[in-house]
Design a protein around this ligand. Structure first.
Ligand SMILES: [Mn+2]
Length: 326
């Protein structure tokens, strides 16, 4: 971690303008981290912009940004075309919460800026962004929010409590309220944010879901099928969904009684179908995801498959599940 922070410090100093980008359809982890990093970069007296999301934000993130703006905490967002049409003096692009070129907010911005730093906590399965000056990728981290909390801690920097709140909400979302992917350090960093003003009640408020979204999710769940005993699989529709939506489905399926593993399949982009897999620990979903081109851990794994339909992926996955779990 120290190496990452030293590298960030050094490179932010070396460059004149810092552009922050996260994945398309950003969530509270990706964008919450971008907002915190924006504040960090500004504290170093550098020009800084966040690539603004093209597609509609998640409602919770929308609420978070509005809450910040209502409290006069402002950020500088720049649209893709604005960035493409500007001249930059020694720009640095920092990519958060993804390392796949296909999943970033703007591939054109990715191509435009030479100096890149990637900070991610997903498992790299397809092509990843490799022409970086520094890359930090640790699938054992709960969230990029946790990494940003570490960075704030390392710098000893205090930023607005509301930004701390949004950062902590990213940690809450990525860990399903501290139920998965946590380490002792995750709790320490959550405590650090709380100590510096992050507000858990406000987070509950931010995360309340609109009824129609829950109803849509339960629609997919009600169509899930038991592939083998105590293993559920769920296919979404062909609309493009966020990584988080697919993961959330897998997490929800695992809550049902006796279920020991769960799989959710949904479309991530026009070319990529995503699979999210979870288990209680007695089925190795990492092994199953490897067989379909992905990877991960015993209890938490994922895959991204190019140029196949959801049905094709489902069929292939069912076959693998039946082979692995007898
Ligand atoms: Mn994340």
């Amino acid at each position: 971690m120290r190496e990452l922070f030293e590298n960030l410090n050094e490179n932010i100093k070396k460059h004149d303008e810092i552009i922050i980008m996260t994945h398309a359809r950003p969530d509270l982890d990706g964008m919450g981290s971008a907002l915190a990093l924006f504040k960090i970069v500004k504290s170093m007296d550098k020009k800084c912009y966040i690539v603004s999301p093209l597609k509609k934000l998640y409602r919770s993130l929308d609420k978070a940004i509005k809450l910040l703006e209502d409290n006069d905490i402002n950020f500088e967002f720049k649209k893709e075309e604005e960035i493409l049409n500007s001249k930059y003096n020694k720009p640095l692009l920092i990519i958060l919460d993804t390392q796949k070129p296909e999943l970033v907010e703007s591939e054109k911005v990715l191509d435009l800026i030479d100096d890149k730093i990637v900070i991610d906590h997903h498992i790299g399965s397809l092509d990843t962004i490799d022409d970086t000056i520094y890359k930090y990728s640790d699938a054992n981290k709960s969230s990029i929010a946790e990494v940003m909390a570490e960075y704030l801690n390392y710098l000893g920097l205090k930023i607005e409590p509301l930004v701390m709140t949004v950062l902590l909400s990213g940690m809450v979302v990525d860990t399903s309220s501290f139920n998965i992917k946590t380490t002792a350090r995750t709790f320490e960093m959550a405590a650090y944010l709380a100590k510096n003003g992050a507000d858990f009640v406000l987070i509950q408020d931010l995360l309340k879901e609109p009824r129609e979204e829950m109803v849509e999710r339960y629609g997919f769940i009600s169509n899930s099928e038991e592939v083998v005993k105590d293993v559920l699989m769920c296919e979404m529709d062909d609309k493009i969904h966020g990584n988080v939506d697919i993961a959330l489905l897998a997490k929800e399926l695992l809550k049902f009684e006796d279920i020991k593993a769960s799989f959710a399949i949904g479309r991530l982009s026009h070319r990529i179908v995503g699979v999210s897999a979870r288990s209680m620990g007695n089925v190795n979903v990492g092994e199953i995801m490897e067989k379909i081109g992905g990877g991960g851990h015993l209890t938490d794994a994922a895959a991204q498959i190019k140029d196949k339909t959801i049905e094709e992926v489902a069929k292939e996955l069912k076959k693998i599940i039946k082979e692995v779990i007898k």
